[in-house]
Ligand binder design. Structure first.
Ligand code: NOJ
Length: 565
């Protein structure tokens, strides 16, 4: 694979203690790397850590502060690595621990922090603990590390309760006991290959402290915590009162009130414990919660001063392209998070949702996780409109105070890949819903680096675990580098101005008088105007530092954001 020769400016990676309130993560821009699909040094069609290391200079040049790597641990890859069989080793498809060390060192040299993904709600069914639990039988301490229960019905033939799996179907699977008879059931909120841990068992607590320390000792700067609202289950595992959740997975995910496996108060004790573990290390290590919890005042509970440091702002991600709704969610976010002393975060895309360049091109976009879009979805995104709005939305997001998350490929304006054949789809959501939900493969296709190289520069063999569409060539990084008006240059400029003007530590001062369909405010001495309506908006006096799309004289056209000094 060709090496990246992008010149970079190296920023010193400081590990000294900061004063409370000035920690790096409060205003950081964090870039999500999905290792399977970022860069493939081995050429086997699946990205790897050595590939990431080679390409890190391009991220430093983009101007992000940190990278978050989705799981690269030992795993049978039934849920793309969110099914971990060994938390303290690298899966051979991604490389070795030595490859991780090389990645960490290179990132730190370039001034990039490194966040890894921790998956504490469940392990893989191939984890030695689960295998031991199967072998040890009912009532054993080995089974007590997971959520085994007897079934209902005369012969235990019915699941212990009516909980649905987030990926479709039931959240329980029955095992065959050592005597060959059908036996107990185990809980898996996700795929049957992902058994849930029993977080009421102190052994599980001790094991996760060990895992945290393993990676902290190895120099990681923090953890993104998977399903951070799910670890504790309601006492007695009661039925969901209205099992409607099973018909609408996205709603079930977003309604923690009604779901006895989400947002149980006891979960916060876990994060208080982890906070103490991290506090023993120098250098502002960070915990970031993936908690699909609404409203924001509830999500803010995860980032109280003695718990985690950041929580993804999924309410922001889920807000449609509507000025009044955006103003409201920005206010609500800042109030909720600053109310507990945490920064707000902002995010528009990740590996679980339809890429925002396509979402904003749909008449009614749904931003809930997992659903996806595919060839038979009722609406096809309008690619040009989607990209235009996505660029405006990103320019708005990157002007906001707090910390922002980017998902690999969005800086290229990549659309969701819709035309994937059923047989190449790997997401368990697709298979567990019998194809009813397309799932997340469309946002996980390996990203394009060079328009004219094999696999668009993802590797040099041309192999790719999900097929890349022809159109990816048009979005390749080398087609955008140094090209005025390209999405890549828009991101680069926005990140540069954001850093120089310290927008991440600024504030939002709303400006009136621009009309209902405009989001207008001041931060860091800049005026930010996002026009979501169809009527052009007259620019105020000043220099235009950034425009998400070409502007016509002094008028901000529809679906455009400008930053004015
Ligand atoms: C959330 C992760 O982001 C998603 O990709 C994964 O499938 C589930 N958690 C289960 O670990």
């Amino acid at each position: 694979m060709s090496t990246d020769t992008t010149p970079t400016t190296t920023r010193a990676h400081a590990r000294e203690a900061s004063t409370p309130g000035s920690e790096w993560w409060r205003s950081a821009v964090i870039y999500q790397i999905y290792p399977r699909s970022f860069a493939d040094a081995s050429g086997d069609g699946i990205g790897d850590l050595a590939g990431v290391t080679e390409r890190l200079p391009s991220l430093a040049a983009l101007g992000v502060d940190a990278v978050w790597l989705s799981p690269f641990f030992r795993s049978p890859q039934k849920d793309a690595g969110y099914d971990v069989a060994d938390y303290c080793d690298v899966d051979p498809i991604f490389g070795t621990l030595a490859d991780f060390d090389a990645l960490r060192d290179r990132a730190h040299e370039l001034g990039l922090r490194v966040i890894v993904d921790l998956v504490p709600n469940h392990s893989s069914s191939e984890h030695p603990w689960f295998q031991e639990a199967l072998a040890a039988g009912p009532g054993s301490p080995e089974r007590d590390r997971y959520m085994f229960r007897d079934g209902k019905g005369e012969h235990g033939e019915l699941p212990p309760n009516n909980w649905p799996s987030v990926f479709g179907g039931a959240a329980w699977t029955r095992v065959t006991e050592a005597n060959g008879e059908p036996g107990q059931w185990y809980l898996h909120i996700f795929d049957s290959s992902q058994p849930d841990f029993n977080w009421k068992n102190p052994v599980v607590w001790e094991e996760f402290r060990r895992i945290l320390r393993f990676w902290l000792d190895r120099g990681v700067d923090g953890f993104r915590v998977d399903v951070a609202h799910g670890l504790m289950k309601k006492e007695g595992l009661p039925d969901i009162a209205d099992a409607a959740g099973s018909d609408n997975i996205a709603d079930a995910l977003m309604s923690p009130e009604d779901v006895p496996y989400w947002a149980q108060p006891a979960v916060h004790e876990v994060y208080r414990d982890w906070h103490q573990v991290l506090a023993q290390y120098e250098g502002d290590r960070v915990l970031c919660a993936e908690a699909w919890v609404e409203p924001l005042s509830k999500a803010a509970l995860w980032v109280r001063s003695d718990e985690m440091h950041q929580a993804f702002n999924f309410s922001y991600l889920s807000t449609p392209w509507n000025a009044a709704k955006l103003r409201a969610v920005i206010d609500e976010s800042i109030d909720a998070f600053t109310g507990v002393g945490a920064p707000s975060t902002w995010v528009l895309s990740n590996h679980d949702v339809v890429r925002h360049a396509s979402r904003y091109g749909l008449p009614e976009h749904t931003a809930g996780p997992n659903a996806g879009i595919g060839p038979n979805s009722p609406d096809k995104p309008d690619a040009a409109l989607g990209l235009r709005r996505a660029r405006a939305a990103t320019a708005l997001m990157l002007s906001l105070p707090g910390s922002a998350y980017l998902y690999q490929g969005e800086e290229l304006g990549l659309p969701e890949v819709i035309e994937l054949d059923d047989h190449v789809r790997e997401d368990p959501t697709f298979h567990r819903t019998g194809g009813e939900a397309y799932g997340r493969d469309g946002c996980r296709v390996p990203i394009p680096w060079e328009a004219d190289a094999p696999a668009f520069g993802f590797n040099d063999t041309g192999s790719s675990w999900l097929p890349q569409p022809e159109v990816f060539g048009e979005y390749a990084r080398d087609r955008q580098e140094g090209v005025e008006g390209s999405t890549l240059e828009l991101y680069r400029s926005a990140l540069d101005i954001r850093a120089r003007r310290e927008l991440g530590v600024g504030s939002v001062e709303w400006l009136d008088g621009y009309g209902e369909e405009v989001v207008a405010y001041r931060n860091g001495g800049l005026t930010i105007i996002a026009n979501l309506g169809s009527t052009p908006v007259e620019l105020p006096a000043g220099d235009v530092l950034l425009a998400s799309n070409a502007i016509d004289g002094r008028a901000v056209p529809a679906d455009t954001t400008v930053w004015i000094a």
